[in-house]
Design a protein around this ligand. Structure first.
Ligand code: ATP
Ligand code: MG
Length: 349
């Protein structure tokens, strides 16, 4: 038991320089009240690091992260990096280094923000390291190749072990909630890949007899998410289906600024990462909605609190939740994308 945590702070790019510092401030304020001692370690990453260290993901940053309890990763705008040596996408390296295979993406409606309904409270658990975006351990290169100039083959990797572990993560979450798990797949077409995923999910579910498990084909899921999102509790799915469905789910409750995420593995480290990208169009304009990042940070503190049994962290998470609810309830304190009038800074004071 320790009430001392070391957390990395990686701003990322574009709006990351606004929403990550806002997140750290909110967590600091909560910790000051509960007595949780966090050692914050800012680390260079992204375009700023390219200028200062010659790499968008310097070796020193990777090294430093290894010794930490967790970290906050702001959005990375790697698509816009210049084509120079050192301009690399940190995501695959992070995935491989820490094996953060479960990406937990909650969607909740808060009153008055333009959500489709007021009773949405679901979590999409997205497998993070396989599928069409396979880990480089499994497939060399990007998982795509051209056997001839005119044909591209994209490899989708599904493994028994990878499916089983993400299923267990989702089942554990469901057990803490309404005990309903929906498997989303397309085994009607991908009989081997999705078939294996589904099989392993049911196998894992044998250890969770208290969780009700059902399955929905992904295209039907896209429709049902809009027509009856209130009927879903925890959804588990493969990498790309989860990527797409979680943006759709964010759209149900006010857009990408409302889409937090926490990446976990079987190890002791977790990464707070909002679902949205670096939004270069609104960067530097004090317009970004900090909710998704702040809530991701809160999820990290909460996860560490439960995992390490740190009451001060669990209490801090509760205080942050209250502060978020107050912020979202007041149009003068929330940002324009969710029917408010505040800038990023005013939303977080
Ligand atoms: P990625 O490929 O990294 O997922 P993307 O192309 O999906 O990126 P985002 O950067 O996620 O694009 O955002 C798309 C648009 O949504 C942005 O241009 C911005 O207008 C809006 N947006 C995203 N995040 C936020 C936020 N936190 N607050 C307000 N608007 C946002
Ligand atoms: Mg996106």
């Amino acid at each position: 038991m320790s009430s001392h945590l070391t957390l990395g702070v990686l701003n990322g790019d574009d709006i990351g320089h606004e929403i990550v510092p806002a997140t750290v401030e909110v967590i600091k304020a909560a910790c000051a009240r509960t007595g949780l001692n966090i050692d914050w370690r800012p680390l260079p990453i992204g375009r700023i690091a390219l200028d200062s260290h010659g790499s968008t993901f310097p070796e020193g940053t990777i090294e430093a992260l290894r010794g930490m309890d967790g970290f906050i990763l702001g959005p990375i705008g790697h698509q816009a990096y210049p084509k120079v040596p050192g301009a690399i996408n940190p995501h695959p390296i992070l995935r491989k280094q820490f094996d953060l295979f479960a990406n937990i993406r909650p969607t909740r409606s808060y009153p008055g923000l333009g959500a489709l309904r007021d009773d949405i409270d679901l979590i999409i658990v997205r497998e993070n390291n396989e599928g069409f975006q396979p880990d480089r351990n499994v497939v060399a290169g990007s998982g795509e190749f051209r056997p001839t100039e005119d044909v591209t083959v994209s490899v989708r990797v599904i493994t028994r072990a990878g499916s089983a572990r993400v299923a267990r993560a989702a089942l554990s979450l469901a057990r803490q909630r309404r005990r309903k798990l929906t498997l989303v797949h397309k085994d009607t077409v991908f009989k081997l890949g999705c078939g294996m995923f589904v099989e392993e999910c049911y196998n894992a579910a044998k250890d969770f007899p208290d969780v009700e498990v059902n399955e929905v084909i992904v295209d039907t899921m896209a429709m049902r998410l809009i027509r009856e999102p209130q009927n879903f509790d925890v959804i588990v799915t493969t990498n790309m289906f989860g990527d797409i469905l979680s943006d759709e789910a964010a759209g149900l409750v006010g857009g990408l600024g409302m889409a937090p995420g926490l990446c976990i593995g079987e190890g002791n480290i977790a990464m707070a990462q909002a679902t949205h990208g670096s939004a270069p169009d609104i960067a530097g304009k004090d317009m970004a909605n900090p909710f998704a990042m702040i809530e991701s940070g809160r999820m990290l503190v909460d996860w560490l609190g439960h995992n390490r049994q740190i009451p001060e962290a669990i209490a801090a998470s509760g205080l942050i939740s209250n502060a978020i609810t107050r912020m979202l309830a007041d149009p003068a304190k929330r940002t324009k994308d969710i029917r408010g009038s505040a800038g990023t800074k005013a939303a977080t004071v």
